[in-house]
Write a protein of this length. Sequence first.
Length: 294
Amino acid sequence: MTRVALLGLGEAGRTFAEDLRVAGIRDLSSWDVAFADPDSRASRNAAELGIARAGSAPASVAGADLVVSAVTAGQCLAAAESVLPGLAPGAWFFDLNSSSPGHKQAAAAVVDAAGGRYVEAALMSPIGPQRLASPFLLGGPHAAVFADQAATYGIGDATVVSDDVGRAAATKLCRSVVVKGLESLLTESLLTARRFGVERDVLDSLPNILPPADWEAVAGYFISRSLQHGKRRSEEMEEAAATVAEAGIDPWMSAATVERQRWAAQFPEALEAGSTIGMVDAVLRALDDEETPA
């Protein structure tokens, strides 16, 4: 019987758990540092899905054929190191984390040295809409063999980009500089434009230089992603900044995006407004409330 261990039971970990079961894999174990808090999202996911919560990272991977690492971006190497005492020889280690090429290479080195088979993975879209049918880029010396077996685990769109670890991560994070940067730019632009009463003029001007689109809807989607996932996105952008720095480029734009994404995460209640301008107004009201003396 195939056994899968899930490191990290947030949004991606839960999606894997649900789709692995659809693929016929029932033997699942999990480990998340957030299990220490019974009210954490990870603890709730484990309870709702009926997944065994291991007592430690090594215990969670004992006997596993596949380990899926879906922790926070900055914990890529720490997660890999944490499971080594329990990692079975030849076990797949599927590193889904949005971490820099250098961090992925370091994780690959410790996993392969311990007898595991490290596979670099980069998710190239939000996981929610297509779930495990989302596009994955794979890298590393074991990637091609894993790709041949990916459908066994419910992964339907896996493309091997390189035998070397790092190329998939670089592709993902250079894309993030654009995508998360746009989220931050639109958030900052429309908050300011709304203060001056020129938000409609700004939105109507964008098709002059960008492809025709419903830019109010586009802006609303991007802003909502920052409000909902700003903390996680700021952590990913720290890895993007590290990627830029590894290339010998000063990561000015990536570093600024880190701060704006982290800042946006303070206002999740604004999501309830629904519309683009409604969310902008909700954030502005929250800012005004902060400035008003009690």
